[in-house]
Design a protein around this ligand. Structure first.
Ligand code: SF4
Ligand code: SF4
Ligand code: SF4
Length: 270
């Protein structure tokens, strides 16, 4: 098994170091961290870095013999090598400041990265958390995907008929809302529990009743992309952790070497 985060490259004796941020934030970089990365790229590499799809940063062209020295400097500011080979890939979430967020998931993702840091699994495994159904971090093509949900309710606060909840870009994407003279109506058959309408409704005529998480499993990108299957809905972050624990334990116990979760679900069923 290779060392986490060390990527072989075309250049002999030089490697790319894949690093991720875990402290003080997961997948977010402070000015100090950016400065350290820039210094390392200048001093030990070729002066450039690459930002990966999984919110890690690769510093290429580092001499293999200097890796321990470099990782020591990175570790002093909360940056760690990892997210490669069969080490669980960096768990990612969409940004905490997005207007569509049903629930900001950055801090929860940091908690998950701390729990599962460098866990070794039978095959490449990615876990992604999205704050809404747009799934910007590809939760539906991940081995385990999580999407935040919001059950909504209509309140007795008078609707101002502003139409923000039905207009692009922040309104309902599935035409589940009708505005009438008497107030707002929701078509519960159409509603996909994205919560967008609650983000724009200033008078609180529509609000979030409860939040939950949908879990999807067995998706992947790559040569043969596959959409993950809906697995279950759970109501708390603790339950998400419990379900991920169970899924990874099961994966470890039944997968053959190199098999991804999608392969296992194809072989054994969901
Ligand atoms: S998935 Fe939704 S909440 Fe997350 S960044 Fe995309 S639009 Fe925003
Ligand atoms: S929560 Fe339901 S009604 Fe509100 S915007 Fe989303 S789909 Fe539309
Ligand atoms: S429900 Fe809220 S956002 Fe929608 S039209 Fe009424 S006041 Fe505006």
């Amino acid at each position: 098994m290779d060392t986490p985060g060390i990527i072989s490259t075309k250049h002999k004796n030089r490697v790319a170091l894949r690093i991720r941020s875990i402290e003080p934030h997961s997948s977010e970089l402070t000015g100090e961290q950016l400065g350290i990365i820039a210094d390392i790229a200048e001093k030990y590499g070729s002066g450039t870095v690459h930002v990966t799809p999984r919110q890690t940063i690769e510093i290429p062209d580092i001499e293999q013999s200097l890796i321990t020295e470099v990782t020591g400097i990175l570790g002093s500011v909360g940056l760690y090598p990892g997210s490669s080979d069969r080490f669980l890939r960096n768990i990612i979430a969409c940004s905490r400041w997005c207007l569509y967020n049903v629930a900001p998931l950055s801090d929860f993702t940091q908690k998950l990265n701390k729990i599962y840091k460098d866990k070794v699994l039978p095959g490449k495994t990615i876990i992604s958390l999205s704050g809404c159904d747009f799934s910007c971090v590809r939760s539906k093509t991940s081995d385990i995907g999580v999407i935040a949900r919001a059950e909504i309710e209509i309140t007795d606060k008078k609707c101002k008929q502003c139409s923000l909840c039905i207009k692009e870009p922040l309104g309902c994407q599935v035409d589940a809302i009708t505005i009438t003279d008497e107030g707002v109506l929701i078509d519960t058959e159409r509603c996909i529990r994205c919560g967008f309408c609650t983000n724009v409704c200033r008078p609180d005529s529509i609000r979030v009743k409860s939040r939950s998480f949908d879990l999807f499993i067995g998706g992947s990108g790559g040569i043969k992309p596959k959409e993950a299957q809906f697995y279950k809905n759970v109501s708390s972050e603790d339950e998400v952790v419990q379900e991920i624990n169970k899924l990874l334990d099961k994966y470890l116990s039944v997968a053959e070497s190199g098999e991804r979760i999608r392969d296992v679900t194809e072989r054994l069923g969901l």
